[in-house]
Every structure is written in structure tokens, then in C-alpha cells.
Design a protein around this ligand. Sequence first.
Ligand SMILES: O=P(O)(O)OC[C@H]1O[C@](O)(CO)[C@@H](O)[C@@H]1O
Ligand SMILES: [Fe+2]
Length: 193
Amino acid sequence: MNQLETIKENVQTYGLTDGICRGENLIYSEKTLAGLENIFVDEDKRKAMNQSEVVYRVEAYFPVAEGTEAGLFFGTSRINPGQVGDEYFMTQGHFHQKANRGEFYWGIKGEGVLLLMDMERNTRAEKVFPGSLHYIPGFTGHRLVNTGKEELTVGACWPSDAGHNYGDIREQGFSKGVFNRNGVPVLEDIEKR
Ligand SMILES: O=P(O)(O)OC[C@H]1O[C@](O)(CO)[C@@H](O)[C@@H]1O
Ligand SMILES: [Fe+2]
């Protein structure tokens, strides 16, 4: 048998242009408007919308068990175009349970904004587009916002022991949000709840 025949076919693939993961150990989740209570500024508008509307889906590849130290997870977040009032569709946003864990995001398709908020609630924004690369430092809340008219597809890699802390964001939100002002995405302050 020659050497080439002993090389195992890769069971895991990743679409470079569509971010679709194929193979084993894949986990799928989706968030509808019903699951995003108190995330958008205009809660009344959210409640008045079709609660089963999908805002985003995540497919993740977990090669090791959740919580494994020094392992890595991979994920693709797919945020649909849309708004709640003037606020663009976005992910819940989170800090990491192990707060010092960082993460990489990179833009694959569409256009959007990555909101990054430190522990003192200072929020900055980075433009997301195909090929954009974003380092999310530890102690930083992160949220993806779709400001375009098509799906915003973003890849991610993060430590398998990072975990997700949604509580702080659910209670206090981000200090800034992204709103459609006459067709232009604008970053604006949001007063603390
Ligand atoms: O958990 P959120 O804030 O809804 O973000 C969606 C996903 O984005 C990631 O940060 C990367 O896919 C996942 O960890 C997370 O589940
Ligand atoms: Fe994260």
C-alpha cells in the first residue's frame, strides 16, 4: 500500500465561502424573537412581532467536551436581516463565564457590526464584512449586529472552557446600539436600564 492510501479522509469540512460546517460533533441552535426578551431597546415592538421569526442561528463544532481546558470550539453565527423598530437584528451578546477568555470572529458574508463592551461599559464598534478579522479580548461583552439586507455570516473560535455569561447583558444591555437612521446604520448611546 502506498503512503497516500493510508491518509484518512477528513471527516470535518468547512465551507470557506458559506461558513457551513459539515461532519461530526456539530451542534445547532437558533434564536427567535420569542427568545430575545429584553434584548432590543423597543420591547413593545418586539412583542408585537411574529415571535417565531428566526433572528439568528448558530452551528458549532465541538471537537472536545464543553469545559475542556485548553481546547478550542468553532462556530458560525448566521444573523438574518431585519429590525425591531429601528434597531437591527443582533445576537444576544455575552461575556464569557471564565471572563478572561478571548475569542476570534471573522466576517464571511454580508455586512454588520461587532459591538465590544468592556467591564466599565465602554462600548466600541468594528465593521464586519467578508474577510474582516476581530480579536475579542477577555473581559469584553460581544454582540453581532446585521446592518445589511442579506444574512450576516460570521465564523468564531473560542476556548472550550470559556462558557457564556448572558446574565449581565440581559440585565444591563450594552451601552450602545446600532440603529437604522434614514437607511444609514448609526451607533448610538443607550441609557442604562
Ligand atoms: O451566544 P450569543 O451571544 O447569542 O452569540 C451567538 C454565538 O456566537 C458565538 O460567540 C460564536 O459562534 C457562540 O459562542 C455564541 O453562541
Ligand atoms: Fe463568545
